[in-house]
Ligand binder design. Structure first.
Ligand SMILES: Cc1cc2nc3c(=O)[nH]c(=O)nc-3n(C[C@H](O)[C@H](O)[C@H](O)COP(=O)(O)O)c2cc1C
Ligand code: SF4
Ligand code: SF4
Length: 452
């Protein structure tokens, strides 16, 4: 049976499934229930400095985007950091860590951007004997207007400065949690590396507005008639997070400072073992979960652990290190893709229910490459002379695996008349005016094809 245990930046845990800093980790009661359910670790809900307690709105602080079956695919919040007193949180953290010594206990922090404030909170947190701290440079609402959270995370110089202070004032591993609300995730990631971070975690929530209430004529949900932007998470943000994780994982060692190789904790839309395995394949050593636990409860970790373990057994991976990061070298820039690679859509006539969606999609918006009538009979067939292999029909087909993309491995593409099997990227393609000078053909500032 696969060994799921992890050593993440020096923090040990029986499995890589940790709860992200959020309501599921806001208090002892929740965290103990989570550990009983089998979570490998938690990042405690963000603590702030001592003082008057944080005040949250008493109106709706959550909103959601639902699929047509009411499944929550996007989740939004305008909640602040913990609104419970600092000392109460610290005592609970100490107690829980003592009772559950094998689980990872990381404490999330956010205090004003001055060295003394960070020094002070780190000393208080060390007393709990927790395993590490996570710097919350990501909250996009409420706290950022007060100069914290994303207001720090969006300025690489601040990220580096605060990370360096933290490394100076604590012996605990320091994880820097990144905000996705930036133009280029490499800038804050590099700043974290420069500041000496032991790891990065990503992503925090995405700036967003879930909707507009057309009766109240205000954002939805609203608090007493007015709304504000919030932070979005859940399944819809997973593609954003995966891309950012991949960017950090693939930055070449030649770039200074290289982010490739920094320990990463993947966060965003993780609901199942497969979501987690995808983050790990791109290089993450642990994953963190918030929305799925809030929507389905703590027991989802059972499926996550069993599923990952079974899959690893099938593949012959003994530990997570055996496959961690394996997909990262396959991430490249557009100009390095093989333009001679050819696929054609294939419809499995036994599975087809003749709904016609593929025909309409291809006819109206793609390449007019799917019939709806053959010899006067309703039938959906691919016209290979027109098909560009775009995948749209497979995306819209309601029957799983009914439409697949099949690679042409020999012969001539009937659409272009070009023999298949070649390998030309944009860098050497004859249509590229700069192709004779492959270096100039690359887009300035993009990452060169990494050596495998
Ligand atoms: C209601 C709510 C409160 C959150 N509070 C915090 C917080 O205090 N500190 C923090 O670092 N992230 C906070 N987050 C962000 C989560 O930790 C996580 O980064 C984000 O939700 C993405 O993961 P998910 O898609 O699994 O939810 C919060 C998220 C939600 C939904
Ligand atoms: S892959 Fe694209 S072009 Fe080909 S049949 Fe499907 S939708 Fe049409
Ligand atoms: S969308 Fe799928 S099921 Fe519907 S007609 Fe096309 S192939 Fe058949």
């Amino acid at each position: 049976m696969a060994d799921l245990s992890v050593n993440f930046a020096g923090i040990r845990a029986p499995n890589p499934f940790w709860l992200a800093s959020a309501p599921p980790t806001d208090k002892e009661y929740n965290v103990v229930r989570a550990f009983k359910a089998g979570w490998g670790g938690v990042v405690w809900k963000t603590l702030g400095e001592e003082g008057p307690p944080i005040v949250n709105v008493s109106g709706p602080r959550y909103g959601a985007m639902h699929a047509s079956d009411r499944r929550v695919i996007g989740f939004n919040n305008i909640e602040l950091i913990t609104d419970r007193p600092l000392q109460v949180n610290l005592e609970e953290i100490k107690r829980v860590k003592k009772e559950w010594p094998d689980r990872a206990m990381v404490v999330s922090l956010m205090v004003p951007c001055d060295e003394e404030s960070w020094k002070k909170i780190l000393q208080r947190v060390e007393w709990t004997e927790c395993d590490g701290v996570e710097l919350n440079f990501g909250c996009p609402h409420g706290m950022s207007e007060r100069g914290m959270g994303a207001a720090v995370g969006q300025v690489p110089e601040y990220v580096e400065m605060v990370t360096r202070w933290c490394k100076q004032h604590t012996r605990m591993p320091v994880i820097v949690k990144l905000t996705p609300n930036v133009g280029n995730i490499l800038r804050p990631a590099e700043a974290a590396v420069k500041g000496g971070a032991d790891a990065v975690s990503l992503i925090n929530t995405v700036n967003s507005m879930m909707g507009v209430d057309l009766d109240a004529m205000s954002p939805w949900p609203h608090v007493g008639g007015k709304g504000t932007h919030g932070g979005m998470c859940g399944p819809v943000v997973k593609p954003i997070a995966l891309n950012m994780v991949a960017e950090i994982a693939r930055t070449p060692a030649t770039r200074t400072p290289a982010t490739r190789g920094i320990a990463m904790s993947g966060i965003g839309g993780i609901e199942s073992w497969k979501d987690a395995a995808e983050y790990m394949a791109l290089g993450c050593g642990t994953v963190q979960v918030c929305t799925a636990a809030m929507v389905y409860g703590f027991k989802i970790v059972e499926e996550m652990k069993a599923g990952l373990s079974d899959w690893m057994d099938t593949k012959g991976y003994r530990t997570i290190e055996d496959f961690r990061g394996m997909a990262a070298p396959k991430v490249t820039d557009w100009q390095h893709l093989n333009l001679d690679y050819v696929v054609k859509a294939h419809i499995d006539q036994d599975l087809c229910i003749s709904c016609g969606r593929c025909h309409i999609a291809c006819e109206d918006t793609s390449h007019q490459a799917i019939t709806n009538l053959v010899n006067g009979v309703r039938r959906f067939e691919v016209i290979e002379e027109e098909c560009v292999g775009c995948n749209l029909c497979a995306v819209v087909c309601p029957v799983e695996n009914c439409i697949t993309m099949v690679e042409m491995t020999e012969g001539v593409d009937p659409r272009t008349g070009i023999a298949v099997g070649g390998h030309r990227t944009w860098m050497e393609h004859p249509n590229n005016p700069m192709a004779r000078n492959p270096q100039a053909a690359g887009v300035a500032g993009t990452v060169a094809e990494p050596a495998e």
